[in-house]
Each structure stands twice: as structure tokens, then as C-alpha cells.
Design a protein around this ligand. Structure first.
Ligand code: NAD
Ligand code: LMR
Ligand code: MG
Length: 592
């Protein structure tokens, strides 16, 4: 999003704008009292009266357009762009110049637009960020400004901020250390907060901290927009984050901070989770979204929990976050903890994680480290798969193509319905594709991937892949936390979000064997996730907004919906928004 000072006056006010009328009158009021125009004064849906009041008659082309027409133009322009990055840039510009139109477009075309503003295209945008940069879209906090961060926050003029997403750019998707080029991630996550959960756009704050980079190409690139320095030490970074958290909470008390794409996210999570309102999306959001899909996948296999065996390829923050959440499911089902943790085998770049491997294990791997391998060490994934004969294979390794034909075929030979989740992002880092998983398992696979894959057709049937991406939960976790004013985000709240997600499938979706709901329903899913999170916060007495305790579930859902930003005011034309027709038929969505 644009910094508040660049945004349209009515969005700067900080007043939730629910109806078109309210937005129009505020816009008119502000514009009439100021001489200069803001970019959003130039909306072709403004009717004649509004154009006169805004003094934009003659500056706008004459035709007053319905939203449907505006949308048709946007979709046509996107379709005409031949590469994803041009589409991304077009959409960024739209978001910064006509926020309502952008979000209506996103919400009406979730499946088509999400991949262009979020994973996978945001990955390419981040790699090229310093080259495609046209305008600031968030706050860059530099190490050079340490000691002065509170004053820098005042340059962000929004009166209220509900949610900040912060990255240090050190592990952007599976693309490694991109330094300040990682800004695309907080920007993309917050666009989904607005589109999927209705957080007010002017109450979101993307932050990238610049504490250096180890990316040699960036350090040599004259156009690189960050400091040309190596990363500061872990202790120096934590000190910087301490200052940032104090400054943020001083300026916007109680805001929710989401940590995103840190190479080593454990120290900050441990340091702040019991002090501030914050969570780590890669550990906790990912844990929740994969748990939600796994609950449905395990049901589909028909195998009892106690007989499940899960191999994780990758043993980083996401893998351990996911394994911990699934382990909790087993424990809650009555399996003793000591048995539950033995249902997991982790594999990292050195092979199977075991106590006697001969290296010093990182702290976060110890919980699942094996002590029953009788001295046997396994270097490759295939060896581990042969050894364990798992029911489920999870990929969080950043290694594209790591689930080879041989590994996948073995999974199919051990299981009637193998669970295979290649969860690494973006698409190029996915451990296998949906098509491969289907072909190599005779269409038996129970599948979810981090990045989107197209449907697969076989024997006249269309199979839809699941997308196990944290976008199904973080918007609802944030919305619930903000509305009930939770003081912390706890494990119980995260777990509740996963259960809410798993239970949100319709009967039709269940019959089709889907693991995740249709993305077009994401706003209703976010309401369910938010409600689950609020109920969990209430149980732990962490909610400052006690009034929500009096509401039953239906009333609470209605309350949540009433608080969600709705860009309905994008159409000021007064036209009845007829469906656009071509040759008497409803216009087809161009292939994006
Ligand atoms: N689907 C989602 O919603 C989601 C959420 C978070 C992260 N992710 C993806 O998960 C991936 C990992 O993220 P992370 O935060 O855990 O990163 P990380 O750097 O903490 O972990 C990566 C892990 O993979 C292991 N690894 C690297 N190369 C390997 C190799 N050749 N063989 C075996 N293991 C290898 C590393 O040892 C490490 O344990 C990224 O691609 C990220 O995009 C997906
Ligand atoms: O950003 C995503 O698409 C999911 C996840 O947070 C990741 O780091 O890959
Ligand atoms: Mg992430």
C-alpha cells in the first residue's frame, strides 16, 4: 500500500469506511478543502455531481462507468501483459491509485489475482524489487537509524495501525536472502489481510528491516535499494528488534506484529510472544494451515492416528512448526506425548535428524530427533522413505523437484492413499508438481502444495489440488486477534484456527475429497477462523474486548462481518452494474 500521506484523504482519516456514501462525502469534503488532487480523485465511476465537487471535470474522460466496466478494463489490461511481473506491477499501481477498485478486483477474482499479488509471482517481484521499484509501499527501518526508530515511525502518518508484517528479508520464500528486496512479502501478506479478512487498508503497515544482506548479487548491484553491508550479528539484530517493538507499541499500542520470512525466526518469537501481541507466520501460521489440511487428509486415509508415520523433508522453522502442530493433534487425541513425537522423522541437508548423527543439532530440531535408529544414518530422502515407509511425506526444504518419481512411487506402493504435501514456495521450489504426484501414484495421492497448481484431468475426471498455504489462516488469526484485542497470540489460539479451518469445508467439498475450502469463499473462512481464535482467547482470558463474550456464535460471526472492510464504494456511478455482455453472452474472464 502507499504510505498514508500519499493515500486518498478519506482513507487517511482512520475511520472505517463501510459504505460508498460515507466514502464519497468524506472524499468530497477533504478534496473541496484542499487545492491539490489525490490520485484517487480520478475514478471514472464518479458521477457528474461528484466530478464537479472534486473539480475533476475535464480532467477525467467523460464516460461515467459502472464498476463492471472498470473491472473489465482492468482484466483486459492484465490479460494483455505477457509476463507475470508486468501484471504484478500493474496491480501494484492500481492498489496505490484506486484502492477500492483494486480490492474489489481481488475479492471478485481471488483465484486468478492472488497468484499475481502473492505467491508465486511475489517471489519474482522480490528478486527484481530494486529494479522494478517505482514507489515506497511500506516502511524501511535501517540499522543506521537505530536509536531513532520511534521518530522514524512518525513519518508513517496513519493514526491507527492494526497489523504490521515485518521481515528482515533473510529467507524470502525458498529464494534465500534477498535483503530489502523482501519488501514484496509484507506488502503481499497485507494485501491478503485486506482482501481475505477485511482489515482496513489504511490500518496495515508493511515493514522491512535493513540489517544488511549476505546476497552477493545485491551487494554488487548498483540499483540495490538497501545498505551495502553484511548482516549484523544475531545479538545486534535482536537489540534492533527490541527497539522496533518498543517504538511500534508506543506509537500504536497493542498492534499485532506478524514476523515473516526470517531465516532464524525462533529467537524473536521466544523473546516477544509473552510480551507483545505477535506471532510468527512461518512457524505458527504454517503449522496451523498444514494441520487444518492434515486433519482432513488423515480422515481421508482411514488409517488411525496411532499408525500414522510422517517424514518431513526439511527441518527448518516451517517444518518444525508444522510437525509440532500435528503432534499436538495426536496428543489431544489421547496418544501419550512420548509416543506422539516418535511418529515424526525429520530430514535436513545432512540427512535424517538423529541424536547420534555426529553434528551439533540446532535447538529447534532436538524435540523430534531420533534416538531409536541403532546407529544407522540415512543421508538421502529415499533412504529415509525406505526405512520408515511413511504414510505422509511433507516438503518444507526449499528444494524444487526433491520428491522424485522413485520416492513418490514408493509412497504409492506403501499406501492406498499416500499423503504428499510439497509445501515449499514459490512454484519453482515445490518438491513436486500436482501433475507428477497424480501420474506417479495412479491418481491416488492426497495432495496439497504451498504454491498453486492447475487442476489435473484424467479418465474424464477433474482433480483439484489443495493449496496448503498459510494465507488460509493468517488473515483470520489477525482479524480475530484485533477484534477481541487479544494481548497475546497463544498456541491455543493458533491450534483453534486450524480446527476452524478444517471444519469450514462444505459437504460438497468433503465429498470431492478436498482438504481446503474453495479460495473464492476465503472471506467466510476468515470469519470462521477469526471466531475460533476469539473463542480461544476468551477461554484464556486474553481478550481485552470483553463485550464479544456476550455474543453467541451467530452474533459473533455477524459482528466480525460488520467490521470487515468492504470496498463496495468503488462504484459511484449509480449504474445498476449490469453484467458485462459480449454478443449477448456474459463476458468471459480473460485468461490471466
Ligand atoms: N506452504 C506454506 O504456507 C509455507 C509456509 C512457510 C514456509 N514455506 C516454505 O517452506 C520452505 C522452508 O521454509 P523455512 O522457513 O522452514 O526455511 P528454513 O531455511 O528454516 O528451512 C529449510 C530446511 O530445509 C533443509 N534443506 C535445505 N537444503 C536441503 C537439502 N538439499 N536436502 C534436505 N534438506 C534441505 C534445511 O536443512 C532446513 O532444515 C520455504 O520454501 C518456504 O517458502 C511454505
Ligand atoms: O508466503 C507464502 O506464500 C507462504 C509462506 O509464508 C512462505 O514463506 O513460503
Ligand atoms: Mg513466509
Amino acid at each position: 500500500m502507499a504510505p498514508p500521506s500519499m493515500m486518498t484523504p478519506f482513507l487517511r482519516s482512520g475511520t472505517p469506511s463501510q459504505s460508498g456514501e460515507h466514502q464519497v462525502s468524506s472524499a468530497v469534503h477533504s478534496a473541496v478543502h484542499s487545492r491539490s488532487h489525490s490520485p484517487t480523485d480520478f475514478d471514472t465511476s464518479y458521477n457528474e455531481d461528484l466530478r464537479s465537487q472534486l473539480k475533476v471535470r475535464g480532467l477525467l474522460p467523460p464516460h461515467v462507468e459502472s464498476y463492471e466496466l472498470q473491472k473489465a478494463r482492468c482484466l483486459e489490461q492484465i490479460a494483455q501483459k505477457s509476463n507475470p511481473i508486468d501484471k504484478y506491477m500493474y496491480l501494484s499501481n492500481l492498489r496505490n491509485t484506486n484502492v477500492n477498485l483494486f480490492y474489489r478486483l481481488l475479492m471478485d477474482n481471488m483465484k486468478e489475482i492472488t497468484p499475481l499479488v502473492y505467491t508465486p509471482v511475489v517471489g519474482e517481484a522480490c528478486v527484481k524489487w530494486s529494479h522494478i521499484y517505482t514507489q515506497p509501499e511500506g516502511l524501511y527501518l535501517s540499522y543506521a537509524d537505530r536509536g531513532n526508530l520511534r521518530a522514524i515511525l512518525d513519518n508513517w502518518t496513519a493514526e491507527h495501525v492494526d497489523i504490521a508484517v515485518v521481515t528482515d528479508g533473510s529467507r524470502i520464500l525458498g529464494l534465500g536472502d534477498l535483503g530489502v528486496n523482501g519488501m514484496g512479502i509484507p506488502v503481499g501478506k497485507l494485501a491478503l489481510y485486506v482482501g481475505c479478512a477485511g482489515i482496513q487498508p489504511d490500518r496495515t503497515l508493511p515493514i522491512t528491516i535493513d540489517v544488511g544482506t549476505e546476497n552477493a548479487a545485491n551487494l554488487k548491484d548498483p540499483l540495490y535499494l538497501g545498505a551495502k553491508m553484511h548482516r549484523v550479528s544475531e545479538a545486534e539484530q535482536l537489540e534492533f528488534l527490541d527497539e522496533m517493538m518498543i517504538a511500534l507499541n508506543d506509537k500504536w499500542p497493542g498492534l499485532l506484529v506478524q514476523f515473516e520470512d526470517f531465516k532464524n525466526p525462533f529467537p524473536s518469537l521466544e523473546r516477544y510472544r509473552n510480551t507483545y501481541t505477535c506471532f510468527n507466520d512461518d512457524i505458527q501460521g504454517t503449522g496451523a494451515v498444514v494441520l487444518g489440511g492434515t486433519i482432513n487428509a488423515l480422515k481421508n486415509t482411514g488409517i488411525p492416528f496411532k499408525d500414522q508415520k510422517l517424514v518431513f523433508f526439511g527441518a527448518g522453522s516451517a517444518a518444525v512448526g508444522v510437525a509440532k502442530q500435528i503432534c499436538e493433534l495426536f496428543i489431544k487425541s489421547g496418544i501419550p506425548e512420548s509416543d506422539a513425537r516418535k511418529m515424526f522423522w525429520l530430514v535436513d541437508s545432512k540427512g535424517m535428524v538423529a541424536n547420534d548423527r555426529g553434528d551439533t543439532l540446532q535447538e529447534h530440531k532436538i524435540y523430534f530427533s531420533r534416538d531409536d535408529n541403532n546407529g544407522q544414518q540415512f543421508k538421502s530422502l529415499e533412504e529415509v522413505v525406505d526405512y520408515v515407509k511413511p504414510t505422509a511425506l511433507m516438503g518444507l526444504s526449499t528444494i524444487g523437484g526433491a520428491f522424485t518419481e522413485s520416492v513418490v512411487r514408493k509412497m504409492a506402493s506403501y499406501n492406498e492413499k499416500p499423503i504428499i504435501f510439497p509445501l515449499s514456495n514459490p512454484s519453482s521450489k515445490s518438491e513436486c508438481t500436482f501433475e507428477q504426484a497424480m501420474q506417479w501414484t495412479n491418481n491416488k495421492v492426497i495432495f496439497a502444495s504451498g504454491s498453486p497448481f492447475p487442476d489435473f484431468e484424467a479418465d474424464g475426471k477433474v482433480y483439484t489440488p489443495g493449496q496448503g498455504n498459510n494465507m488460509y489462516v493468517f488473515p483470520g488469526i489477525g482479524l480475530g486477534t484485533v477484534l477481541c484485542e487479544a494481548v497475546h497470540v497463544t498456541q491455543e489460539m493458533i491450534y483453534a484456527s486450524a480446527v476452524g479451518l478444517a471444519e469450514s469445508l462444505t459437504d460438497e467439498e468433503r465429498e470431492k475429497g478436498l482438504l481446503y475450502p474453495n479460495l473464492d469463499r476465503i472471506r467466510s473462512i476468515s470469519v470462521i477462523v477469526a471466531r475460533s481464535v476469539i473463542r480461544a482467547a476468551q477461554k484464556e482470558n486474553l481478550d481485552k474486548n470483553k463485550t464479544l463474550q456476550w455474543l453467541n456464535d451467530m452474533e459473533l460471526d455477524n459482528y466480525i462481518r460488520s467490521k470487515m472492510y468492504n470496498p463496495a464504494g468503488g462504484d459511484h456511478s449509480g449504474a445498476s452494474s449490469p453484467t458485462l455482455e459480449v454478443n449477448g453472452q456474459p463476458a468471459q474472464l480473460p485468461n490471466l
